[in-house]
Design a protein around this ligand. Structure first.
Ligand code: CA
Length: 548
């Protein structure tokens, strides 16, 4: 598929050169050649993307995504039926939230790490899903929940039943029940400890009574985890998302780093190009610290979520002081993370199943919602999109409300799921359903599609080391440079309601390779001045580096 795309881009570039203008004339025209005529990315700028772990990922809560059999609960066959949709959107990686048997709707309390929850389908359905993903070059990572198991897991049930069977005054012996040491049992009632029913024993459960914390330094448990990873890697998954890594040993960063280092090393021994991304809900300095584990990726909570840098900048839209700090923050984070792990791959995101949705953070402001999408997608690394984000779905309040059914169509039929328990649906979604948005060239959906196309066509955006572009990073224009083995690019974003202009007189070697309009007005090159409409984005690439 990639090769076909590459050949097509080569052909169109050859045609453009043969029939049209020289590169110099292009720079001086009112806009980049085919960008002006409606193409998303100038064919000259398209570079074949390497087949690696810098991807555009899509997080799916299977329960709420697509129901294939009419029981109202989303399932794996439902996800498979939407792979064409995801491919067209430009997605080349999927993160499935937990799919294993579990006693909760969200399935973060796993009762069997080797099986598929019957609500979601069968192992055959999973294998079919994987085969269909492979056809489309879509990688898949699974949520690997290692901080805790479910309280209904056989390991925990055996340990509990052993403790319950002890005689009065009898001390437990892990040689009689190895699962005792898989968890943290003790006789003192500490905070975050729950009682083992019918005994004077307690167990650690950091999140909830039905999620007993696992002892990740136990060698037998580590052997089990190795087997679990091997089982799913053998099924073709690209890697795992590591849930709640900060709570492996709550408050003990060094121990968490040691566990992450072990997981990375073990997973790499099973699959050298494995992709791991850890959830460490922390500030940027702590994330930098955790990168010392050698883990490939950590979700970049410093930029995502309601209090992250992206929303902070958008809330201060029109304030130059705040806007210009965006590019310098990107540079600072890149340097800090890279200093801890030179091989790190950033993992930016805007929202996920634990936080409110981005359209809400942007107070339903359509142009800010769009630009937030581009700010996320134009960060380096492996970018994550939470399902429904591409149509500006809203969702906040309790957890189920953040995990509402994907809004495929106005009638809510044809694959739409029932809401998860206690989910409160908004009376209406500010930007409508996917069906409503597909045909509207200026919809959030089509903006996302174009932004992803740009990201995928110009790999310096995802692979580049980021530096603020001091000459252009001024006023309400945020400008940053991406330097990579796959070329160099400069991204300019106008973060305000007013039009902005950037003087590119000193940038004669660069061409306008792609642009994104948030308000419907085009980005235009006027001589050597780049005109950026409200919340507009432009991408420049170094001409000498274009493939043709
Ligand atoms: Ca179903």
């Amino acid at each position: 598929m990639k090769q076909i795309r590459y050949i097509l881009s080569l052909l169109s570039a050859i045609l453009a050169l043969a029939g049209c203008a020289s590169k110099d004339e292009i720079t001086n025209s009112t806009a980049a050649p085919d960008v002006a005529s409606g193409a998303v990315v100038s064919s000259e700028a398209i570079v074949e993307s390497p087949d690696d772990n810098y991807r555009t990922w899509y997080e799916i809560f299977v329960y709420s995504f697509c129901d294939s059999d009419g029981d109202g609960i989303g399932d794996l066959n439902g996800v498979t039926s939407k792979l064409d949709y995801l491919e067209e959107l430009g997605i080349n990686g999927i993160w499935l939230m937990p799919i294993h048997p579990s006693s909760s709707y969200h399935k973060y309390n796993v009762t069997d790490y080797y099986a598929i929850d019957p609500q979601y389908g069968t192992m055959e359905d999973f294998e079919n899903f994987m085969a269909e993903c492979e056809k489309r070059d879509i990688h898949v990572i699974l949520d690997l929940v290692l901080n805790h198991s479910g309280s209904e897991h056989a390991w925990f049930k055996e340990a509990v039943s052993y403790l319950q069977g002890l005689e009065e005054g009898e001390e437990p012996n892990a040689e009689d029940c190895k699962y005792l040491d898989y968890y943290f049992f003790k006789k003192e009632k500490d905070s975050k400890y729950c009682v083992v029913e019918g005994t004077d024993w307690y167990y650690e459960a950091c999140f909830n009574y039905d999620m007993p914390d696992l002892n990740l330094h136990n060698e037998n448990l580590r052997a089990e985890i190795t087997e679990i990873m091997k089982f799913w890697l053998d099924k073709g998954v690209a890697g795992f998302r590591l849930d709640a890594a900060k709570e492996f040993y709550s408050g003990q960063v060094d121990k968490n780093i040691e566990v992450l280092a072990w997981i990375q090393e073990t997973a790499e021994s099973l699959k050298p190009d494995v992709y791991l991304v850890a959830e460490v809900w922390e500030s940027f300095l702590q994330i930098a610290e955790y990168y010392k584990s050698g883990i490939t990726s950590i979700f970049n909570f410093a930029f995502g979520n309601a209090d992250g840098k992206i929303i902070n900048v958008l809330r201060g839209a029109g304030q130059p002081d705040r806007v210009t700090t965006y590019a310098t923050a990107l540079e600072k984070a890149d340097k800090a993370y890279g200093a801890s792990n030179p091989e790190y791959i950033d993992a930016p995101f805007l929202s996920n199943h634990d936080v409110g949705r981005i359209a809400g953070f942007c107070t339903h402001h359509e142009q800010k919602t769009k630009l937030a999408g581009a700010m996320n997608l134009f960060m380096s690394g492996s970018t994550f999109i939470y399902y429904g984000e591409e149509i500006g779905m809203v969702g906040s309040g309790n957890d189920p409300s953040k995990r509402a059914p994907m809004y495929w169509n106005d009638a809510r039929d044809n694959g739409t799921t029932n809401p998860p328990p206690e989910c409160e649906l908004p009376d209406e979604y500010p930007f409508g359903s996917l069906e409503h948005q597909t045909g509207d060239e200026n919809s959030i959906y089509n903006y996302y599609r174009k932004a992803i196309e740009i990201r995928n066509a110009i790999p310096s955006i995802s692979h580049g080391r980021t530096t603020a572009e001091a000459e252009l990073n001024k006023g309400c224009v945020s400008a940053f440079r991406k330097t990579s083995d796959y070329g160099t690019s400069i991204v300019l974003m106008n973060i305000q309601e007013e039009n902005a202009a950037a003087d590119l007189a000193a940038y004669g070697d660069w061409m306008l390779a792609a642009s994104l309009s948030a308000d419907g007005n085009p980005v235009v090159m006027d001589g050597t001045t780049l005109q950026l409409p409200a919340y507009g984005t432009a991408v420049l690439v170094l001409k000498e580096e274009t493939p043709n």
